[in-house]
Design a protein around this ligand. Sequence first.
Ligand SMILES: [Zn+2]
Length: 166
Amino acid sequence: MEKCVFCDLASGKAPSFKIYEDAKFFACLDIRPATLGHVLVFPKEHITFLSQMREEDIGRLFQICKDIAFALLKAGAKGVNLIHSIGEAAGQKSTHLLVHVIPRYENDKVVISWQPVEVQQDLMQKIQNTLINSLKEVEAGKEEKSEEVSKETEEREIRENIPNYW
Ligand SMILES: [Zn+2]
């Protein structure tokens, strides 16, 4: 496997400003933080997408993020953004799954913004129907999904499917 900085952080091979650790998860300060107190939370196992994790582990991952978010608020942050990016187009830069927990302060330099687009009613309905069906397929796939679905196949599916939904 390619060298992965997050695997090294989780194993202790690389030094970190650790905030939290348990058997499956690791959280440390981002060394290039968006704001002071920016924390990265990630599984110790080298996983790229949430779809490769067990449902209960995904639950635990977000519990940890929630606890760290409220710890940041207690420590003086005025707000917190949780950012998880799926796919390169969304800004996922690492093949190791990450959640950014970014504390916000008045007049910080973080920009999370978009221009709302105009969408006709009939296209909204088409998107609604497509998404409802797609969600059913995802939920059905979870039940019948066998252990041997390779990570490579899932990554390819995500790359191929996401841009073509509409
Ligand atoms: Zn890794």
